[in-house]
Every structure is written in structure tokens, then in C-alpha cells.
Ligand binder design. Structure first.
Ligand SMILES: *Cc1c(COP(=O)(O)O)cnc(C)c1O
Length: 361
């Protein structure tokens, strides 16, 4: 038996999504090209202003899409104010440094609220910061960042916003967010399989970005031009991944779209937090900053605590969890996304309770 994945992706998918991968697809076959076009249209519908946006899928994991978004939408002479609340913000600083793009990091203690006044002052002080970048759901901790308020600061200062909505798009609406680029991937809240990232880009900004990208394979503008011209990818597409995403997006729509998906994850999260708190586990975040995607728990301080032993016990009981990645505090994470329902979370909590009853924490 495969374990239920309580991880932030790859995650447990619907059998129909996996079944879509049991075929060979010719990448130039008209039926496959039509499938790709349908996927792009469905992704575009997830943008806050769909009529002004286009969706550009890109081979690779989510980070490839983030790197392509930054390299393509930020002009060579531009710069980025980066909000850093965990490893995904740090990764963007690393990407910009390697690209040689001007940037300034606004680093917060993991899990703390962003200092929007500091961001506002930073933008006022440095006219070279043409863009603001934020993660929406910081998967390092599970924190949901106030992306609308961040969007307002950027707009007031006349700067363009870029968002990593990797672990939120499809489950948490971006209503009211004015962005030029939103990056995500197939294998998080859309419940597809890994191998494809994508960027929802404002057509106007993308249209003005030819020649910006310092990379051939991560050039969103070139990828877009080709897809628009004949529906083809420039380089080999992950055909089975696209076929799986096509079914996953169909299920997403049938099941009630963004509100229904977000509500199921939020219900999972309520069951998880209530159950784990009752067993004495301490969530890292206060409720007002806890998102519905993943929760970080502080590791028990008992000298008997061992994450590998805890992991193995849960794995044998049918659940895979995620290690923590906080800089200082030992922790572990439990994801609420994928084909996971409140009953599954209740079964998980019962297994953790059995572990606690054995005196292992
Ligand atoms: C998953 C994730 C990414 C991308 O990670 P990959 O390993 O490249 O798929 C980026 N940002 C956030 C917030 C994520 O959760």
C-alpha cells in the first residue's frame, strides 16, 4: 500500500489523474496540441484578471517557472524588492544574485508578519527597484502572506508585482491582487503530477519582455511566442504530465473550483490543528498567519524525540509526512493538500495519539 502523502507536493492524486498517464502522446499530434491549448485556457482562468493574462506552461518543477518569471519580466536594468519569510523567498534572492539583477531583500523572522512600512520606505528610497516579489503561501512554515496589502503598497509606489503562488493557486483566490506575473506548478493545489511549472503573465508586460531573459530554456517570452504561433512547445513537453494536468483541472472545475478546494483544505487544517493541539503538539504559527495548506509543528523538547522514528512509525501506519526546514527550531510539517479529506486527517491524528500513548514524546 502506498502511503497517503501529507506533504506539500508531490501529493496523493486522484486515480483518474494517474490513469491519464497510461498512454503515449505524440507531441505534434493535433489531439495533444488541443489538450495543451485547453490546459492553458483553464490555467488562465485562475488569474485574478483572466482577460488581461495568458498562461505559459514551462517544463520543469515550480522553481523553473519562478526563475523564468523573474528573468523574463524583470528588465536587465530593473530590480526587485524581495520579501523573505522562508526558503522560497531566499531562493529568489539566490536566483536574482546569479542573474546579476539588482535586488533588495526584506528579511523577516520565519512566520512573522511582513513589515509593509519598511517595504514602502525601501521602494521610496530606491527607484531601481522596479518590481516587488512575494511568496503567497510560504510552504517553509505554512504562513499565508497578505498578498493584497503587499499589492497595494507596490501599486501605490508604481511598482510591478510578481507572486510565487506555488502552494496556493487553485485553492486560495488572488482577488484584488494586481500582478504582472504569478508562478505556480501542476503538482500542488491543482493536484496534478510533478514536471510542469507555469506562469500566469499579464499580456502587456510579457509583450514588452522580448530579449530580457538571460536563459534560452527559461525564456517565457520565447515559450509564449511559440505556443501562440502553433500551439507547440519549443522543446520536448512532458506529455503525460500535461495529460494528467488536463484531467486534474477538469476535476478541479467539477468539484467546485477554487472555493471548494480551499474549503476542503481549510477543513483538513482545522481537524489537524485541533487534533494535534489536543495531543500537546505546538503549531509554530498563530492562527491569524496560519494558511490552510501546511502546518509546522515545533518538535517536542523531550530527549526521547526522534523525527526519523516518528516518520517511520507513521509511514508504517500509511502516512508520509514532511521534515521541518526552519533555520533554528527543530520542527516537522503536515500537509493538508492533495486527495486528502477530513476523515483521513482524523485517522492520522489517531495514529499520532497511539504513538504518544506509547510514551515516545
Ligand atoms: C513547491 C514550492 C516551490 C517550487 O518548488 P519545486 O521544488 O521547484 O517544485 C516554490 N515556492 C513555493 C512556495 C513552493 O511551495
Amino acid at each position: 500500500m502506498d502511503p497517503l502523502l501529507l506533504t506539500p507536493g508531490p501529493l496523493t492524486t486522484d486515480p483518474a489523474v494517474r490513469a491519464a498517464m497510461r498512454r503515449d502522446y505524440g507531441s505534434r499530434d493535433p489531439a495533444f496540441v488541443a489538450l495543451c491549448t485547453r490546459v492553458r485556457e483553464r490555467l488562465r482562468a485562475l488569474a485574478p484578471e483572466p482577460e488581461a493574462f495568458t498562461a505559459i506552461p514551462l517544463q520543469g518543477s515550480g522553481t523553473y517557472a519562478v526563475e523564468a518569471m523573474l528573468g523574463t519580466l524583470v528588465p536587465r536594468g530593473g530590480g526587485v524588492a524581495v520579501l523573505v519569510h522562508g526558503v522560497y523567498g531566499e531562493r529568489v534572492v539566490d536566483i536574482l544574485r546569479r542573474m546579476g539583477r539588482h535586488h533588495r531583500a526584506f528579511v523577516a523572522v520565519e512566520g512573522s508578519a511582513p513589515d509593509l512600512q519598511a517595504l514602502d520606505r525601501g521602494l521610496a528610497d530606491d527607484p531601481l527597484l522596479t518590481h516587488v516579489f512575494t511568496v503567497h503561501s510560504e510552504t517553509t512554515t505554512g504562513q499565508l502572506l497578505p498578498v493584497e496589502a503587499i499589492s497595494t503598497v507596490a501599486e501605490r509606489r508604481g511598482r510591478r508585482l510578481l507572486v510565487d503562488a506555488m502552494s496556493s493557486l487553485g485553492a486560495i483566490a488572488l482577488d484584488g491582487v494586481v500582478a504582472d506575473g504569478i508562478a505556480s506548478s501542476a503538482n500542488k493545489c491543482l493536484e496534478g503530477v510533478p514536471g510542469l511549472g507555469f506562469v500566469l503573465a499579464r499580456r502587456e508586460a510579457l509583450g514588452a519582455s522580448a530579449g530580457n531573459a538571460p536563459s534560452v530554456s527559461l525564456d517565457l517570452h520565447a515559450q509564449w511566442e511559440r505556443l501562440e504561433r502553433d500551439g507547440q512547445y519549443r522543446f520536448t513537453p512532458p506529455t503525460q504530465v500535461l495529460a494528467a494536468l488536463d484531467v486534474a483541472l477538469e476535476l478541479h472545475a467539477i468539484q467546485g473550483g477554487v472555493p471548494a478546494r480551499g474549503a476542503r483544505y481549510a477543513e483538513n487544517m482545522r481537524h489537524l490543528l485541533t487534533g494535534m493541539r489536543a495531543l500537546g503538539f505546538q503549531p509554530l504559527l498563530p492562527p491569524e498567519r496560519q494558511g490552510p495548506i501546511i502546518a509546522t509543528f515545533v518538535a517536542p523538547s523531550s530527549p526521547d524525540w526522534s523525527f526519523p522514528a516518528f516518520y517511520d512509525y507513521l509511514r508504517e501506519s500509511g502516512f508520509a509526512i514532511y521534515p521541518g526546514s526552519l533555520a533554528r527550531t527543530p520542527s516537522f510539517r503536515i500537509g493538508c493538500i492533495g486527495q486528502v479529506y477530513p476523515d483521513d486527517i482524523d485517522r492520522f491524528v489517531a495514529v499520532v495519539a497511539a504513538w504518544c500513548a506509547k510514551g515516545r514524546t
